[in-house]
Design a protein around this ligand. Structure first.
Ligand SMILES: [Zn+2]
Ligand SMILES: [Zn+2]
Ligand SMILES: [Zn+2]
Ligand SMILES: [Zn+2]
Length: 341
């Protein structure tokens, strides 16, 4: 999983919202008010309640998507309503990405066929519908999310803990995770950025900092390695901070730049590194030592001085074949795509 995955997932989630608005005007608002009630009205879709099965599927949530006629969104019954709403939206995300051509094209361009991007985009899409950026901005500062800030964001919203985790993970200043652990230290949900995702259902109770948090302290800070397989603590050492979340523990884990510390150098840090970017606005390829924007992960373009935020035109419709393509499929301002030119 590369460092740019989060930006790709956010871009894909925004494209999914655009498709949703185009094909189902007003649905985003109705889905935010009651996702499962809304989805039960959709022709060609069936929402099915299924027993919770931690081992099932490749999803980050307790649910599954089955393509077909009708397509089936399976949602685990044992979860809270807020969590089922998040799961329903996540599975709708799979439905959109597996049935809308321009969304599928983005996945097919990925080295792994898009599996990792697809699931991450489902989480970002669900969180975008449930938790607006404006509310998130009010609770998470430019330094990034502390565990308390992520919990506070959840408290002021009607969204699920998972939606708050995804939103917080989008603001992580360095590779890391936002983890949601149940009372036994089992991973109920994880949102990762720039590090391999932890498996849902994995036991994190043997990680000392997390064990202390689970034993009743709630708020704990320290360093530790997470469990990638049950009993096997591995991965690089991360800065950890936890907060109690009504029966759960939320943990923020980062390689460096921990938002709760004034100085948190990475053990890997060996001076500034240049990275290569393509400007989202003017298309200029450039290399920069400048610090990348925490939101879009692009450094400012030397040509137009903008980062990737407020990227307005990332796809448009070809006037010849009428297919909506990514902007890269057009030469400059041409109204015809490269296939048609
Ligand atoms: Zn999924
Ligand atoms: Zn530029
Ligand atoms: Zn930016
Ligand atoms: Zn065309």
């Amino acid at each position: 999983m590369d460092y740019l995955r989060r930006a790709a997932a956010r871009t894909q989630a925004k494209a999914m919202l655009t498709v949703l608005q185009r094909d189902h005007p007003g649905a985003a608002q109705r889905l935010g008010d009651g996702a499962l009630d809304e989805l039960r009205q959709w022709p060609g879709l069936q929402v099915r309640d299924v027993p919770d099965d931690r081992s099932g599927g490749g999803c980050s949530v307790s649910g599954a998507y089955f393509a077909g006629t009708p397509a089936v969104l399976a949602v685990a019954t044992s979860a809270s309503l807020a969590r089922r709403e998040f799961t329903g939206l996540h599975e709708l995300g799979h439905h959109l990405q597996q049935t809308v051509v321009e969304l599928m094209d983005v996945l097919l361009a990925e080295p792994d066929g898009g599996a990792a991007l697809e699931d991450a985009a489902c989480d970002a899409f669900a969180a975008d519908i449930l938790l607006p950026d404006t509310l998130t901005d009010r609770h998470i500062t430019a330094a990034g999310p502390t565990a308390d800030a992520a919990v506070a964001l959840w408290r002021v919203s009607n969204a699920s803990r998972m939606a708050a985790c995804v939103k917080a993970s989008e603001r992580l200043p360095a590779p890391g995770h936002i983890l949601l652990l149940d009372r036994d230290g089992i991973l109920a949900f994880g949102a990762s950025h720039g590090l391999p995702p932890l498996r849902r259902g994995s036991d994190q109770s043997q990680v000392p900092v997390l064990r202390t948090a689970l034993s009743g302290q709630g708020h704990v800070e320290g360093r530790g390695r997470l469990a990638y397989r049950d009993g096997a603590v591995a991965g690089e050492e991360l800065y950890l901070q936890t907060a109690a979340m009504d029966g759960y523990v939320l943990a923020v884990a980062v390689t460096d730049l921990a938002p709760w510390r004034t100085f948190a150098p990475s053990v890997r840090y060996n001076g500034p590194e240049a990275a290569s970017y393509t400007c989202a606005h003017c298309g200029e390829d450039f290399t920069s030592f400048a610090r990348a924007c925490a939101r879009c992960e692009s450094a400012p373009c030397p040509d137009c001085d903008r980062c990737g935020c407020d990227r307005k035109v990332f796809e448009r419709q070809c006037t010849a074949c009428f297919v909506v393509h990514p902007a890269a499929m057009f030469d400059g301002a041409s109204s015809r795509c490269r296939d048609c030119d």
